[in-house]
Design a binder for this molecule. Structure first.
Ligand SMILES: [Zn+2]
Length: 92
């Protein structure tokens, strides 16, 4: 039973797609800004919790991810625009 776990696969989908979306945009790619963008996107998109076996995770994700690509890309674009207009990497 140890290899069964629950996770939000939306998180993996976003992490997967984000670098290629940001590569097309003129935004800061420091860790703080990427985290802010990621958090914004994940708050905006509905979570997709799945129960999965470890070894099956990535094949399954790849198939599911394509259905969400458009929504995810839109959300990342919006988030990157918002974060880069008010970057928080100089705070603290
Ligand atoms: Zn930054």
């Amino acid at each position: 039973m140890g290899d069964i776990k629950m996770k939000n696969y939306m998180e993996d989908c976003v992490a997967d797609i984000m670098p290629s979306v940001l590569a097309e945009m003129n935004v800061c790619r420091c860790e703080r800004c990427r985290m802010d963008i990621m958090a914004y996107v994940l708050n905006k998109l509905p979570p997709k919790y799945v129960v999965t076996r470890k070894g099956h995770l990535y094949t399954k994700l790849a198939a599911i991810a394509s259905q969400f690509d458009v929504d995810i890309i839109t959300a990342i674009t919006q988030a990157a625009t918002i974060v880069s207009s008010r970057p928080r990497h100089d705070e603290e």
